[in-house]
Write a protein that binds this ligand. Structure first.
Ligand SMILES: Cc1cc2nc3c(=O)[nH]c(=O)nc-3n(C[C@H](O)[C@H](O)[C@H](O)COP(=O)(O)O)c2cc1C
Length: 306
């Protein structure tokens, strides 16, 4: 997830037993232009494996050049984004906009698969709008061009994140192709994950927004799927302690100034719903010294010890 699943966040989630993670989406044009900022998104550590690096773009040549830059890093997967709904991305013809032109999508997948030995997967939405739902057709093409896996987020581009994900479409895609299908959309609890697996027949479940401020959700899901037992949620104290751990990782990976800024939104998510949080949160948003933030968070965690 762009702006969320950076390296420090991925290291956090990995500690909670997630089986596969993806980078933030990386611009093919940025890579081809040798943009230093774009290249920072490619950095990952061995312990984050297995990892997919996700690339977006709409020019087949640029896409194949870009994945040749990614492949030497040996990610387990190179994932092509055909789902991003953001204006910045679709106005350039990339992300979900590619679903409006399946011939173009086909050419992109073909040129990328031919360019590298790394397995290639694709992430798609339902289609552009409700009158052009193309996920099963797109999936058939993607499989035909040699991709090894598809993730389906069954909302149209026009839906953005509104309404609910149409899981029937995941089932339809699963019935259309033989390669593994990852279901995605609105899974925020262990029961949701099981329901998605049971009702769609998908091979795996991808969790997006529910990991924000709750990176431990994947271990709860995994435990439930294996044992049928619902683990209790973390205590307020433990949630703040996970936030502090994440904070240290962010400072280490991003440096003090960026780490402090990037962590502000995460702190908001971690502390959401805790008693006494609003004053604490608005105060923390103004503190400019990372050590002071950590100190305040430790005090806050301590306030929950009975
Ligand atoms: C802030 C934000 C950033 C996202 N960035 C990406 C991205 O870079 N690549 C991608 O494939 N999906 C991205 N997504 C979409 C999610 O991966 C996922 O498909 C979507 O949120 C639906 O799943 P969920 O209901 O589990 O969140 C993003 C979503 C959000 C909210």
């Amino acid at each position: 997830m762009a702006g969320i699943t950076d390296q420090s966040f991925r290291c956090m989630v990995k500690g909670f037993g997630v089986s596969l993670m993806f980078s933030e989406l990386v611009s093919a044009e940025g890579l081809v232009r040798n943009s230093a900022k774009t290249k920072t998104l490619l950095v990952f550590s061995e312990k984050e494996r297995p990892i997919g690096i996700q690339v977006f773009g709409c020019r087949p040549d640029a896409m194949s050049e870009a994945v040749k830059i990614v492949a030497p890093l040996s990610p387990e997967l190179i994932d092509l984004n055909f789902g991003c709904p953001s204006k910045k991305v679709v106005n350039g013809g990339s992300g979900a906009a590619v679903l409006k032109d399946l011939k173009l999508m086909k050419t992109i997948v073909r040129s990328v698969v031919n360019a590298v030995d790394t397995p290639v997967s694709c992430k798609i939405r339902s289609g552009w709008d409700e009158s052009s739902v193309v996920a099963p057709e797109a999936a058939r093409i993607i499989e035909g061009e040699g991709a090894c896996m598809i993730t389906v987020h069954p909302r149209t581009r026009m839906q953005g994140f509104s309404g609910s994900a149409d899981w029937h479409l995941i089932r339809q895609v699963k019935a259309t192709v033989s390669i593994p299908v990852i279901g995605n959309g609105d899974v925020s609890s262990p029961r949701d994950a099981k329901r998605m697996l049971d009702t769609t027949g998908c091979d795996a479940v991808m969790v997006g927004r529910a990991v924000m401020g709750r990176p431990w959700i994947c271990s709860k899901i995994d435990h439930f799927l294996r044992t049928g037992e619902l683990l209790p949620d973390l205590s307020f104290e433990d949630r703040v302690r996970v936030c502090i751990q994440h904070y240290h990782l962010a400072l280490e990976k991003l440096g003090a100034s960026r780490g402090l800024r990037e962590m502000r939104k995460h702190i908001g998510w971690y502390l959401k719903g805790m008693p006494g949080v609003s004053r604490m949160r608005s105060h923390l948003m103004t503190v400019d010294d990372p050590q002071e933030v950590i100190h305040q968070l430790m005090d806050f965690a301590g306030s929950f010890i009975e």
